[in-house]
Design a protein. Sequence first.
Length: 204
Amino acid sequence: MNFSSKLIEEAVEAFATLPSIGKKTALRLVLHLIKQEAEISEQFADAILRMRKNIKECKKCHNISDHDICSICKDPKRDASVVCVVETIRDVMAIEDTGQFRGLYHVLGGVISPIEGIGPTELNIESLKERVQKDGVKELIMAISPTIEGDTTIFYITKQLKELDVKVSTIARGISFGGELEYADELTLGRSIIARTPYRLNNG
């Protein structure tokens, strides 16, 4: 792709680093911004800079937040005795869109995957255990994508918590094996949470 301007080329390269944005799409976005008033481009850039500089991770559930504790964790109407355990922040958003869950969340930051070099210590598992011990959590809903890595993660966490007085359940398998929560439709995902089932360790 040939550019008549080094500035445009650099802007295109920057946009193209974003997920699912190829060079042609990046060029369309850059040309769109050029056509706008300078104030609009400045607001766009300022919003990204302020977000990157000021965004925080909730100290309790590891969700993204404007403050040290996110709005979900601070909501007194939420049932703090039920915690939905998810892989990513996007899963929190997907479940919230269903309107079917009124408990709290815990974002693991991924799943156990030896192939990718991700072990239990790379995930927010220890802080989950602390929440169960200190915050009166009665049930953990494992809303983790039904993959081999996801099942391994659920098994590991359940084993770590087996001495504690907490119920562990998994979402109903309305989500196909190998599927990801963020791509499930709201109705299916909502029903999967409502129809969750107890998780049992198979000790052989």
